[in-house]
Design a protein around this ligand. Structure first.
Ligand SMILES: [Zn+2]
Length: 80
């Protein structure tokens, strides 16, 4: 699918890390599936992916851990 932002590249599926920060704590979710434009770097997340990612990051930031990392495809969703 053509990138509607730059019209120079075709969106392609990639896996990237997403990071959130709150109160001095950092949460990183690895291998989040999304689409990316190789020309301008714009990224798109499906709504379902964004929602799951939000739940994961919030649960990770709620724990008393300075830096938390998880893989997106881990099957157990944290209690949110
Ligand atoms: Zn683009």
């Amino acid at each position: 699918m053509r990138c509607e932002r730059c019209d120079q590249g075709d969106r392609r599926p990639v896996q990237r890390a997403k990071l959130a920060e709150r109160d001095g704590r950092v949460a990183v979710v690895l291998e989040v599936p999304m689409q990316e434009c190789p020309a301008c770097g714009e990224r798109w997340l499906d709504w379902e992916v964004a929602r799951r990612l939000d739940v994961m990051l919030n649960a990770m930031l709620a724990r008393d851990v300075e830096v938390a990392t998880r893989h997106y495809h881990e099957t157990d969703l944290p209690a949110a």
